[in-house]
Design a protein around this ligand. Structure first.
Ligand code: ZN
Length: 243
């Protein structure tokens, strides 16, 4: 089975639709690693579109924030404004959908979490040290995470816990080879690695072959809808810079 691996759509339906078009007919199932909503202008459209696909989805911190499950006083002012708008905008059905999302999932050789296997909602795996501390917290060879909005592969290189970070080589299938890896596909709707293109991945589950991908989308279309809904300007401009 081939799986479309996506994360951090963040209510950006233009980016989401572009990813689906780019990966058309190349997958049978979707793994979504959370943060379907928050920041962007299309929370209901993204929930509806995801639910129309054969998929599983995890809860992210922004999904929980929209459900008032999290105290958002730690969010910055722009994020708080976007969370409040998202809360007011989500339909009852989509709130119920987000309420039911699990925080982790284990499928065969793969563990899935939004943020990290150790702290599925909160922890940012931004460097090899944090990745190293997470390898003891899952039992499968491979773990997929999102949350940082940065595509990367962390590899455990020995049993002392030494860990390396590998930058993705886009559109080049990579054999995972039974090594212990933490893989981040990057963010569909709000990339933060100075590359403004939507990020996603394709996994061949049985062969353990993964391919990181990027695809440009119509950023201005998303920005125009954000302005229409009076979302914070900083959240609008960041999309065109990829941070
Ligand atoms: Zn996110």
């Amino acid at each position: 089975m081939r799986v479309l691996v996506i994360s951090d759509i963040h209510a950006n339906s233009t980016a989401f639709e572009t990813v689906l078009e780019d990966a058309k007919n190349q997958w049978e199932y979707v793994w979504c690693l959370g943060d379907v909503v928050g920041y962007g202008p299309d929370p209901n459209e993204c929930c509806d579109l995801l639910q129309s696909l054969p998929h599983l989805c995890l809860a992210g911190n922004h999904d929980w924030a929209a459900l008032t499950r999290l105290d958002i006083r730690t969010f910055n002012a722009d994020a708080r404004r976007a969370v409040n708008w998202t809360r007011e905008t989500l339909t009852i059905d989509n709130i119920a959908y987000l309420e039911a999302l699990p925080t982790t999932f284990v499928l065969g050789s793969y563990t899935l979490a939004h943020a990290s296997p150790r702290e599925p909602i909160w922890e940012y795996i931004l460097d090899p040290l944090i990745a190293a501390l997470n390898f003891p917290h899952f039992e499968t060879p491979y773990c997929f995470v999102g949350h940082t909005h940065t595509p990367v592969i962390f590899q455990l290189t020995d049993d002392r816990g030494d860990t390396e970070a590998h930058q993705p080589v886009y559109r080049q299938p990579k054999h995972l080879n039974g090594q212990r890896l933490i893989i981040n596909p990057g963010s569909v709707g709000q990339p933060r690695d100075s590359n403004k293109d939507a990020a996603y991945g394709i996994l061949h589950v049985e062969d353990a072959v993964f391919e990181h991908r990027r695809v440009p989308y119509d950023i201005k279309a998303t920005q125009d809808r954000m302005r229409k809904h009076d979302l914070p300007e900083r959240l609008i401009t960041r999309l065109e810079h990829g941070w």
